[in-house]
Write a protein that binds this ligand. Structure first.
Ligand code: NAD
Length: 485
């Protein structure tokens, strides 16, 4: 197989050699073969990219000063260039992190362009300033301004969609961005770079610098950065928040989750099983908002355990490039070890395995783990408290709706979740009492028009919706004609 190799990085709107000779190699999640490599970014590259982003932002005629409609034209070209590379982007993501290709086509090939157009539309439709009559005789002009140079740091699990949750609003409102993709998914990042170059983003508006956590930490603390937007683990988020606290630097954090899928006693899970799969096991369990704690009423406990077990056993595990595959491999050997260690902990703490728990038969290569279900899990056990990030569900019994809500809320996290019921009003009443940034009734999907984000250790701030744009803006008040001279 020929590998995909790059010798230059997209730095400040141009292709340039990295300041180091180091390279990042990427391996296939399903075959473990070398897929390709890219130059690793260095601190000098970050310095140059931030300086160029600063110039593009601060200049009197730079990106931040353009009319939103002019930026929208460039972003439309970016969207088209991304769409033209959509199929290859999906293929590369699937090979790198094991995401089933049908999902990659939806999330990774299509969603970035949707987000670019959505946020350009929000800018076009919502007034960016208003003039208010004051109480002191004058008026105040209240203006939304772009916040400045943005450091965006993203994980490997849904690399393109997550990157554009940040890039699309930031670029649409006039910020400039230095993006650091995760080392596990740098090949799709190079396609994004190609699309940006083809679209003709002006110099300094965007840089894409692959690197590890040290480079990420360097970017977060860089004196030329005005705002940090991070998606990834809670541990990394805490460290980034500490840096931003010290620097008084605004930060948006989208972190881990351990959400509850609350099955009420009137639910007919089998009639919504596809939605239930998408809300609990999508992307091989490698999504932060999945409802990995399934709360089941004792009155129908065995039936729920049987349905969830049957679902896990019915899933087609295999080559993620095959459109019929529902569960692919995990991103890396390290991630599989992590997931397997949680399965051992579950067994050690007395949870009952109803299916899975091992590596699927017939795969001598690739980082596969069987879809796994634990029953009789107590909410205090490790597998119910910590994020596993693999295809592992825990079914937890409850006696009353009150107890279900209490269990759902007895978590360090609060990001996603679902309520399953025949009565949507009852579902909404329960949903309103769950401490979570988002929650679905009988399905879960992040709609671009509504804010997404977490409470508690799941993060700070919101992405998507107009709220997701506002986190890249600051208010400026200009007092008009209220002088008493
Ligand atoms: P990670 O936190 O280790 O890495 C994420 C990104 O941050 C990578 O680009 C990494 O290089 C960088 N990074 C790591 N430590 C850093 C630091 N101290 N300073 C600056 N940059 C740093 O997470 P991961 O293993 O790549 O991703 C999986 C985790 O991400 C899971 O825990 C998952 O819940 C979380 N996640 C959350 C969301 C969300 O929207 N809430 C979405 C996807 C993933």
């Amino acid at each position: 197989m020929t590998t995909i190799d790059y010798n230059e990085l997209y730095l400040a709107g141009r292709w340039a050699e990295s300041a180091t000779r180091q390279r990042i190699a990427v391996h296939s999640a399903s075959t473990e073969e070398l897929l390709g490599s890219v130059p690793e970014g260095s601190e000098a590259d970050v310095d140059n990219a931030v300086a160029a982003a600063r110039r593009a932002f601060d200049s009197a005629t730079g990106w931040s000063r353009w009319d939103p409609a002019q930026r929208a034209e460039v972003l439309e070209r970016f969207a088209v260039a991304l769409e033209n590379r959509g199929a290859e982007t999906a293929r590369r993501v699937t090979m790198q992190n094991g995401m089933p290709i049908t999902l990659a086509n939806q999330f990774e090939a299509g969603f970035p362009a949707v987000l670019l157009r959505y946020f350009s539309g929000v800018m076009a439709q919502s007034p960016q300033e208003e003039t208010r009559p004051g109480m002191l005789g004058g008026r105040s002009r209240v203006v939304r301004e772009p916040i400045g140079v943005v450091a965006a740091i993203v994980p490997w699990n849904v690399p393109q969609a997550i990157a554009f949750l940040k890039l699309a609003p930031a670029l649409a409102c006039g910020c400039t961005v230095v993006l650091k993709p995760a080392p596990e998914t740098v090949l799709d990042a190079m396609l994004m770079s190609e699309a940006a170059a083809e679209a003709g983003l002006p110099e300094g508006v965007l840089s894409v610098i692959p690197g590890g956590r040290e480079l990420g930490a360097y970017l977060v603390a860089h004196p030329g950065v005005d705002k940090v937007s991070f998606t990834g683990s809670t541990a990394a988020g805490r460290s980034i928040a500490e840096t931003c606290g010290r620097l008084l630097r605004p930060v948006t954090l989208e972190l881990g989750g351990k959400s509850a899928a609350i099955v009420l006693d009137d639910a007919d899970l089998s009639s919504t099983i596809e939605s239930f799969f998408a809300a609990t096991l999508l992307n091989n369990g490698q999504i932060c908002w999945l409802g990995t704690r399934v709360l089941a009423p004792r009155s129908r406990y065995q039936e729920v355990v049987d349905t969830v077990t049957g679902l896990a056993e019915s899933l087609q595990v295999g080559d993620p490039l095959d459109p019929s595959t529902q569960v692919g491999p995990l991103v890396s050997g390290r991630q599989r070890e992590r997931v397997e260690s949680y399965i051992s902990k579950g067994l050690g703490e007395g949870a009952r395995l109803t299916t899975g728990g091992g590596r699927p038969k017939g795969f001598d290569r690739g980082w596969f783990v069987e879809p796994t279900v634990f029953a009789d899990v107590e909410n205090t056990q490790t597998i119910a408290r910590e994020e596993i990030f693999g295809p592992v569900l825990s079914v937890i019994p409850y006696s009353s709706e009150e107890e279900a809500i209490a269990i759902a809320n007895a978590s360090e996290y609060g990001l996603g979740g679902t309520v399953w019921t025949a009565d949507p009003d009852r579902g909404e009443a329960v949903a309103r009492r769950v401490a979570s940034g988002t929650i679905g009734i009988n399905a879960y999907a992040n709609d671009p028009t509504a804010p997404f984000g977490g409470v508690k250790s799941s993060g700070i701030g919101r992405e998507l919706g107009p709220e997701g744009l506002h986190s890249y803006q600051v208010f400026k008040t200009i007092y008009l004609d209220n002088h008493k001279g």
